[in-house]
Design a protein around this ligand. Structure first.
Ligand SMILES: [Zn+2]
Ligand SMILES: [Zn+2]
Length: 70
């Protein structure tokens, strides 16, 4: 699936050598759930929580309407 912009693609594709789980990595900003088609902002509180976001923090694309149409 294509994401809204290069910055989003880069963040979701980035693999960190120090943190196997993206939720453990402070550099990982966004998580994407391919089942719900929802994007979330990773909350680095030591757990695996994320806050659903409606708009891309980089390009401002409406992420929720994208999810519904695809
Ligand atoms: Zn974007
Ligand atoms: Zn890391």
């Amino acid at each position: 699936m294509n994401h809204c912009c290069d910055s989003m693609e880069r963040d979701l594709a980035q693999v960190c050598g120090q943190h196997a789980d993206r939720f453990d990595c402070p550099d990982a900003l966004i998580t994407f759930n391919s089942e719900t088609k929802r994007y979330g902002l990773i909350i680095h509180d030591g757990g695996s929580s994320a806050m659903t976001i409606a708009f891309c923090p980089w390009c401002g694309a409406n992420l929720q309407s994208r999810g519904r149409t695809e």
